[in-house]
Design a binder for this molecule. Structure first.
Ligand SMILES: [Zn+2]
Ligand SMILES: [Zn+2]
Length: 325
């Protein structure tokens, strides 16, 4: 039964993408054909310098937001999240990934093999039952991008959600008056090239998507700040409780503190300064997704506890994967 569901999710992937792009672009059209003319008709009539400047700025800003949404969505879909097959290794950004399999098998402290695809399973990798492959630093499978969210595309996925939420807020804030007008069906005056019912739908959709994606986006920022994946969160939560009951200190070995975690996730450094998060450009993740630095607190734990932590993290890799809908 689970396999049937997985196949259905995989087969429906392109349909999800078409629906998502269709809905986003409908809201974009509603903005340019109704919200923008409504908010700027006074500026055009008065034709003051400030009015024109505000129009140009608004057009450029909204085009930038629309482009960022489409760019990060495209990159989330097209970027392979990272796996252990030859194709994934050749596609890797990091030179060391060319020898990924060999290197992993030779030097992993606790080598692990996937029970399903029988390939080496590096730390934080997880087998996705929908894609039927292991994915590096797996977060979850998302049918809306017809892809897994993993090491190589998690950054794009988070930025896509960020721009979606900001744009939804923008649309709701500046579109509420046209929305009220379009609901007033007793008033026949509707001077726009966009149907009234669709405007109402686009506005309500923006509120719903803004709230739903806002919650998901906030959740992912929490995970980024605390250096966890969705799968790891549940295990860490459990381990934290166990450690507390035994009077021990729980340490997430990948947690370097909020600021450093953010820098590592967005690959902020000399090559990609902080402001590159605002650039719609391809930025690879830090590292090859097979090995991850461990924090100082982890190395200060007794050797036995370090081993327990590593083995507990490995046990999580065998749990069922997570699919969002
Ligand atoms: Zn696998
Ligand atoms: Zn997947």
């Amino acid at each position: 039964m689970a396999q049937v569901v997985d196949r259905a999710i995989f087969s429906a992937g392109p349909v999800f993408i078409i629906i998502a792009v269709g809905l986003v672009d409908m809201c974009v059209l509603a903005y340019y054909l109704i919200v923008f003319p409504y908010n700027h008709h006074l500026s055009l009539q008065e034709s003051t310098f400030l009015g024109k400047l505000s129009m140009v700025f608004t057009i450029l800003f909204t085009l930038y937001m629309v482009y960022c949404i489409h760019f990060h969505y495209y990159m989330s879909i097209r970027t392979r999240p990272g796996g252990m097959t030859n194709l994934d290794i050749e596609a890797g950004e990091d030179e060391s990934t060319n020898h990924g399999l060999l290197e992993y098998e030779e030097s992993a402290q606790y080598p692990k093999t996937c029970k399903k695809c029988h390939l080496p399973k590096p730390e934080r990798a997880h087998h996705c039952s929908v894609c039927n492959a292991c994915v590096l630093r797996f977060d979850h499978h998302c049918p809306w991008i017809h892809n897994c969210v993993g090491h190589y595309n998690h950054r794009y996925f988070v930025l896509f959600m960020t721009y979606m939420v900001l744009s939804a807020i923008y649309f709701v804030v500046f579109g509420w008056r046209p929305f009220i007008i379009c609901l007033d069906i007793l008033n026949p005056e509707w001077p726009y090239y966009f149907p009234r019912p669709l405007m109402a739908f686009a506005y309500i959709l923006s509120i719903c998507m803004g709230l739903a994606l806002g919650a998901l986006c906030a959740w992912h920022y929490y995970l980024v700040l605390t250096a966890q994946t969705t799968v790891e969160f549940y295990n860490n939560y459990y381990e934290k409780g166990v450690a507390k009951s035994q009077g021990e200190v729980f340490v997430n070995m990948y947690d370097f503190g909020y600021v450093e975690n953010i820098r590592r996730f967005f690959n902020i450094g000399d090559k990609y300064p902080w402001y590159t998060v605002f650039y719609p450009i391809p930025v690879p993740p830090r590292g090859n997704g097979r090995y991850f630095d461990r924090c100082q607190e982890f190395y200060m734990l007794p050797a036995a506890q370090q081993e327990d932590t590593i083995l507990a993290n490995q046990a999580v890799q065998d749990l069922e994967d997570i699919k969002d809908l």
